[in-house]
Design a binder for this molecule. Structure first.
Ligand code: FAD
Ligand code: DLZ
Ligand code: SF4
Length: 509
C-alpha cells in the first residue's frame, strides 16, 4: 500500500502534532525540509535560522528513533527545490505518495502555498493550542470589544489552572497591579540557561554563517537549546531562578541586563519544543510549593493561556490582510538604526543592540521602546511588522503580527488595544536606568537635547487628535496638552517636526 506524506514544518517540532497522530508509521513518510522560501521570505536573523535548522535536524532524528520514516532535505542538497510544496512534490515522486497530511501552518502565506500545491494536502487543526479557531470565534463573535482579560478568565476556568473551585486562587483573577515595579538597585538575575552547542548545532552554525552571515544579527556565542531535553532544562532553570521575581520586574528594563527575570521560553514554545500546559503547570506547582509568589505564577500563566492564545485567535480571525492594515496612515520609512543600533537614544540602542545580538528583547523593550518609537514617529507599520518578523527568534506571523500591527502600532484600528501604547520619556525613565546616561535629557521637553520621546509624544497626540480625543482613556492627556500655553505647544510641534525631518534625512538621532 502506498503511504502518504506527513509534512512537519520548522515550528512544528512537537511529539503530539496532529498530523503525526493522523499518520501511520508503517506506511507514511515524514517530510522535513530546509528551504530558501522559508529562510528568505523575510531575511530572518541568522540566530533564528541556526536555532530552527539545528532543532529540525534533531527532531528528525527523534522521529526516526520513534519509528517514523523521515525524508529530510538539508539546505545544501543539490536537488533541493527550496520550497515546501516543491519538496513535497519531490518526495511524492520518490515514494509514490499521492497525498499529504499536515498540521495547519502558523501563517496564511504558507497555508495558501499548501492549498495551491500540485498534490492534495489535508490540513488538520493545530491542537497544540488551548483554544481552537471555533472556540475563539464563539467567544469573539458578539462582543463589541475583544479584551484579553475576559478571554483569559474563560481559559482559566477551562484549564482549572490556579483555580479554587469556580473562583480564582487567591481571590483575584489578575495580579498585574503588583507587577509594575521599577528596577531596584543591585538586581542580579542569573539569566537564561546557556547551552553549549553540540556537533550538530556547530555544523548548522557554520552552514548559517556561510549562507546567511551577511544578514543583520549576530551568530557568535550561540546558546539556545535545540532539542526537547534542553528546552525542558531551560524551563526548570526559569522556574527555579527567574520566576520568583518574574512578576515584580516584568516591566523593568536595566542597561546591559537584557533578560532580567524573563522566561526566554517563547523561542522553544513557538517551535514546539515545549507545550503550554507543561510550562503553566510548572509555574502553578512552584506557587503551590511556596517557591514563588502568586503574582509571579499568575502573571506568567496569564501570558501563556491569556495573551498567547488570544493573540493567535486574533490572527486567524482577522485574516490574511491583517499585516497590510494601516489605520493611522503612517508612511515613514524604518530608520537605518533599527538595523544597526547606532543611535544616541540609549533606550533604543539598548533594545535594538540586544535584539541584534541575541534575537531577543523582552516585552517592554518591544512594546514601550522600539514599538513606542515607531508609533510616535509614524513609521510604516508594514515595515515595522517585517522588522519584528526578521529579528526575533520567536517570531512567526501568527504571534508577531497581532502584537505588532495590533498591540504595538494600533494599525488595526483598535482590535487588540483600546488605546495606542504611546508614552513620553517619563515612562521609560521610571521603568529603566537608561536615561541617566543618555545623550538626551529626559527632563527636557523642548529645545536642544530634549528627549525625542517627549517631543514625539505630543506630536503624535496632536496629529491624531481627531481620532483619539474622544477616547475616555486619553481625555486627560488632551486636557494636559490644552493647558500648555500656545507658544509652548507650537515649540513642541516645531521641535517634533525637526526630529522627524532629521529621521527623513537619515541624520543621526
Ligand atoms: P516572558 O515575558 O517571560 O513571558 C512568558 C511567555 O508568555 C512567553 O514565553 C510567551 O510565550 C508568552 N507571551 C507573553 N506575552 C505574549 C504576547 N503578547 N503574545 C504572545 N505570547 C506572549 N512573542 C512571540 O512569541 N513572538 C513574537 O514575534 C512576538 N513579537 C512581539 C512584538 C511586539 C511589538 C510585542 C509588544 C510583543 C511581542 N511578543 C512576541 C510578545 C512577547 O514580547 C514575547 O512573547 C516575550 O518577550 C518572549 O520572551 P520570554 O519568553 O522571555 O517571555
Ligand atoms: C522560520 C523558518 C525558517 C527560517 N526556515 C524553515 C525551513 O527551512 N523549513 C521549515 O519547514 N520551516 C522553516 N521556518 C518555519 C516556517 O517559516 C513556519 O512554519 C511558518 O512561518 C509558519 O509558522
Ligand atoms: Fe530614551 Fe529619552 Fe531616556 Fe534617552 S532620555 S534613554 S531617548 S527615554
Amino acid at each position: 500500500m502506498v503511504g502518504r506524506l506527513i509534512l512537519v514544518l520548522g515550528d512544528q517540532l512537537s511529539d503530539d502534532l496532529s498530523a503525526l497522530a493522523e499518520g501511520d508509521q508503517a506506511t507514511d513518510t515524514v517530510v522535513m525540509a530546509e528551504v530558501h522560501a522559508e529562510t528568505d521570505y523575510v531575511p530572518h536573523h541568522p540566530r533564528k535560522i541556526a536555532f530552527l535548522f539545528a532543532a529540525m535536524r534533531k527532531h528528525a532524528a527523534r522521529l526516526r528513533d520513534a519509528g517514523w520514516t523521515v525524508r529530510y532535505t538539508v539546505l545544501d542538497d543539490p536537488e533541493n527545490t527550496h520550497s515546501i510544496p516543491g519538496e513535497l512534490l519531490r518526495a511524492a515522486e520518490a515514494t509514490g505518495a499521492e497525498e499529504v497530511i499536515a498540521t495547519e501552518p502558523g501563517e496564511f502565506r504558507l497555508i495558501s502555498a499548501l492549498e495551491d500545491a500540485p498534490l492534495p494536502v489535508h490540513l488538520f487543526p493545530d491542537t497544540r493550542f488551548l483554544a481552537s479557531h471555533a472556540e475563539f470565534e464563539a467567544w469573539a463573535k458578539d462582543r463589541k470589544e475583544l479584551r484579553m482579560e475576559w478571554f483569559y478568565r474563560d481559559m482559566r476556568r477551562k484549564t482549572g489552572l490556579m483555580m479554587d473551585g469556580d473562583n480564582p486562587a487567591g481571590g483575584k483573577w489578575n495580579y498585574d497591579h503588583d507587577n509594575r515595579k521599577p528596577p531596584a538597585k543591585g538586581l542580579n538575575p542569573i539569566g537564561p540557561l546557556r547551552h553549549t552547542p553540540d556537533e550538530i548545532t556547530e555544523e548548522v552554525i557554520e552552514l548559517v554563517r556561510t549562507r546567511f552571515g551577511n544578514r543583520y544579527g549576530a551568530l557568535d556565542d550561540f546558546w539556545f537549546a535545540t532539542d526537547r531535553d534542553g528546552a525542558l532544562a531551560a524551563l526548570d532553570h526559569f522556574i527555579d531562578h527567574g520566576l520568583p521575581l518574574y512578576g515584580d520586574y516584568q516591566d523593568a528594563m536595566v542597561a546591559d541586563q537584557p533578560f532580567l527575570y524573563h522566561a526566554i521560553l517563547s523561542v522553544y514554545i513557538n517551535a514546539g519544543l515545549l507545550g503550554w500546559r507543561e510550562v503553566c503547570e510548572a509555574a502553578e506547582q512552584a506557587w503551590k510549593d511556596d517557591h514563588v509568589p502568586i503574582n509571579a505564577a499568575e502573571g506568567f500563566i496569564r501570558q501563556i493561556i491569556g495573551w498567547r492564545e488570544y493573540i493567535r485567535g486574533i490572527y486567524f480571525r482577522e485574516g490574511p490582510d491583517y499585516t497590510t492594515r494601516n489605520e493611522l496612515a503612517h508612511t515613514r520609512d524604518l530608520p537605518e538604526f533599527y538595523w544597526t543600533a547606532d543611535t544616541d537614544m540609549r533606550c533604543m540602542a539598548q533594545a535594538i543592540g540586544t535584539t541584534l545580538a541575541e534575537a531577543y528583547a523582552h516585552h517592554i523593550q518591544r512594546l514601550m521602546v522600539t514599538g513606542n518609537f515607531a508609533l510616535l514617529a509614524g513609521l510604516d507599520p508594514h515595515q515595522v511588522h517585517e522588522w519584528y518578523l526578521v529579528v526575533y527568534a520567536d517570531a512567526y506571523e501568527w504571534v508577531e503580527a497581532p502584537n505588532v500591527i495590533g498591540m504595538s502600532q494600533w494599525a488595526d484600528g483598535g482590535v487588540v488595544g483600546s488605546k495606542p501604547y504611546v508614552s513620553g520619556g517619563n515612562y521609560i525613565n521610571k521603568m529603566s536606568d537608561y536615561c541617566k546616561e543618555c545623550a538626551y535629557s529626559v527632563s527636557k521637553k523642548t529645545g536642544d537635547g530634549a528627549c525625542p520621546f517627549n517631543l514625539l509624544y505630543w506630536h503624535f497626540m496632536d496629529r491624531h487628535r481627531d481620532r483619539f480625543e474622544n477616547n475616555p482613556r486619553m481625555a486627560q492627556m488632551y486636557a494636559t496638552w490644552d493647558r500648555m500655553d500656545a507658544d509652548r505647544r507650537a515649540t513642541v510641534i516645531a521641535d517634533g517636526d525637526a526630529i522627524l525631518a532629521r529621521l527623513d534625512a537619515g541624520d543621526r538621532v
